[in-house]
Design a protein around this ligand. Structure first.
Ligand code: RB5
Length: 149
C-alpha cells in the first residue's frame, strides 16, 4: 500500500501518479487534497507521513510545488525518511542507500513524465543494507535524542 498526498500545487501530478499506479495494479490510499483549491500542505504531508510511520502503508509519495515543504513536514515524523527527488539516479540511490520510505516531488520543478519515471525507479529499487543500515541506525539515534522531552 502506498500513501499519496499533495497540496494544490501537486494535485495534478498526484492524479497522474494515481493513474500510473492503477495501471500497474499497485494499491494506494489518497490522503488528499482533492482539488486545485489552495490549501496548506502540512496537514496532507503529515497524513502521509503518519500512515507510513504507523505501518499502515509501506511508503508514501507527496507532491507540492517544489517537493520541499512536504519533505520538511514528513521528516518531522519519527521513522520517516523523506527525500525530495528530481532525477532518476537519486530515485534509485535514495532507496538503495537511505531506504527512503517517502518520496517528495515538485510539480512546478519536474514534468509528469520524469516524475512517473522517478516513482517507478524508486519503487523497483531495493535497500542495500549493510553500512547503509548502520547509517540509518545513527539517524534513528538522533531522532530518539530529540524526541526526549
Ligand atoms: C504552494 O504555493 C507552495 O508553496 C507549495 O506547493 C510548496 O512548493 C511548498 O514547499
Amino acid at each position: 500500500m502506498i500513501s499519496l498526498g499533495c497540496d494544490h500545487g501537486g494535485y495534478e501530478l498526484k492524479e497522474a501518479i494515481k493513474k500510473s499506479l492503477e495501471e500497474k495494479e499497485i494499491e494506494y490510499k489518497d490522503h488528499g487534497t482533492y482539488s486545485k483549491e489552495s490549501v496548506d500542505y502540512p496537514q496532507f504531508a503529515l497524513a502521509v507521513a503518519e500512515s507510513v510511520a504507523k505501518g499502515k502503508s509501506e511508503s508514501g509519495i507527496i507532491c507540492c510545488g517544489t517537493g520541499i515543504g512536504v519533505s520538511i513536514v514528513a521528516n518531522k515524523v519519527p521513522g520517516v525518511r523523506a527525500a525530495v527527488v528530481g532525477d532518476v539516479f537519486s530515485a534509485r540511490a535514495t532507496k538503495e542507500h537511505n531506504n527512503a520510505n517517502v518520496v517528495c516531488l515538485g510539480a512546478r520543478v519536474i514534468g509528469e513524465g520524469l516524475a512517473l519515471l522517478i516513482v517507478e525507479e524508486w519503487l523497483n529499487a531495493e535497500f542495500q543494507g549493510g553500512r547503509h543500515q548502520d547509517r540509518i541506525d545513527l539517524i534513528k539515534k538522533i531522532e530518539e535524542q530529540y524526541s526526549k522531552r
